[in-house]
Design a protein around this ligand. Sequence first.
Ligand code: HSE
Length: 590
Amino acid sequence: MNKLYLASKAPRLSVLKFGSSVLHSTADYARIAHEIYRHVRTGEKVVAVVSALDGETDNLFALGEDVGHHADGVGIARLVRCGELKSAALLGLALERAGVPTAVLDPHEMDLRAEGDPLDANLTGLDRAKVLARFEQADVIVAPGFFGDTEVGPVTLGRGGTDLTAVMFAHWLDADRARLIKDVDGVYTDDPAKSPDALRFDQLDYQEAREVSRGLVQDKAILAAEDLGVVIEVAALGRSYETRIAKVERAPAQTREVQRLRIAVLGHGAVGAGVCDYLEAHPNRFDLNPVLVRDPSKHGANHAERAFTATPEEALAHQPDIVVELMGGTGFARCLCQSALRDGSDLVTANKAVIALDLARLDSLAHEHKRHLRYSAAVGGGTPILELLDTLTPRETVRSVEGVMNGTCNYILDALDGGALFADAVAQAQALGFAEADPSTDLDGDDAADKLAIIAHHAFGQIPDLRDIPRESLSALPPERIEAAREADLVIKQIGRCSLGPDGKVEARVELRALPRMHAFASLRNEANGFLIECSDRTRYLKGKGAGRWPTAESVFADIMDIQRARAGNAPARQDLADDPMRLKQDLAS
Ligand code: HSE
């Protein structure tokens, strides 16, 4: 029998540290969530170690001095660690909004122990099993940096101590990387803000790093990393290159500028509005054309700062680098997707109907015009099922994929299971922005069939004819069947399944199935999606938020950022991060 591996058993683990230099305001938590999601969608598990918001620790020290008047270190440490506790909780909320399965852990919940001077202590131990166990349910664990627990209470690790927390976690968890995310993209010969001629390093050994980093990385953290053989990466948000601090010869870096991109967004519904928010939050990276909508006056009322147009020529003016199609439908949207690639733009779309119909043609257009085509959000919302399939299929033989892949149907079935009325549940799913413009697309299984066709392409290299995918409609589900399921302690779910038939052709269907409550899909609540991928020797499980503004916008935005990195020559458009950890491991071994 196959062993069921939860996605938590993924082989790669990253420790990412976010310091105060990237935490100027609460808006930065969304940026950090993008960075974390970038790793998660390549199949990595992430421990995110976080500092306090910029200035907060200073404020807490001042507050402690004000109230305590030369209080001893123990009392001050108890106060100043609150900045990190608050920051970890906020990052947890930002990740929840983005639909990334996350657990936030305080030091006492993972037995993170320390000893020494209460304001300059060292970490001495962590309950590794307790931390790793949380990856059964979560892709990300958020931990506050800068302090640990002792018999007599919390102690802090000195200024910059979150670097030390990250290094120690990477060591104890045998992580593939300890990446310290700063407001500069690596270690320079001099402060690049003050000396424009300063050179960045690709890699440095520990001692040199201590000499030139001048506090950019905490000294104690570099010493600990050297002692424990942990490779440190120093990087900026959104970049796929870094300065690596390891037992290596120093090497200067090639300059790799991120190119500012012009983006045309087509459509401003639940997802389009979220993507525009994300793009506008990165004014140094993106210029936004007026957004294509049917009626600009309707959207302008809530978004006075944003330009709208009903004219495609205006939305597509100035040869956009990326066209982001979020209109839905297979009429005009389909034409615009094709013409975007033909006219020399990269294309990002969440339009599963267009992809399911036209993938072969769009792929060949992208190839012919040497453009990027990305559609991660078309399946799974923020759940990176296509990315996972892509990392599996070169190495493993997939036998079948089945899943709950329509958030609206799951939301409705979950509500019906709880005793809600059908019409109320549909209205609620619409109000929450999960349903398609015409919710019958969800209810009749058409949306799931489109997604299944795309999944089949990534699992088996074949895209089935949509007419060959039978589907059972939720609208035709008699209330007695729900009642009978409940009495038998079963739960009804809409499941899409595809596998290879004996003739080597893909067989796919969308059906309503009554499942025992122990089944992995039975516990999927609200708009959740979940997938079981059966490979020759094991079955993988993946779940996440399958619909809604923020998880879907997260996925679209990740595609845009990937393309930007690929255009800058910093990474291939896919799996850019997946290969890095191996490189690190090899270096460590050599
Ligand atoms: N209507 C879709 C759903 C949106 O409910 O799953 C996400 O593709």
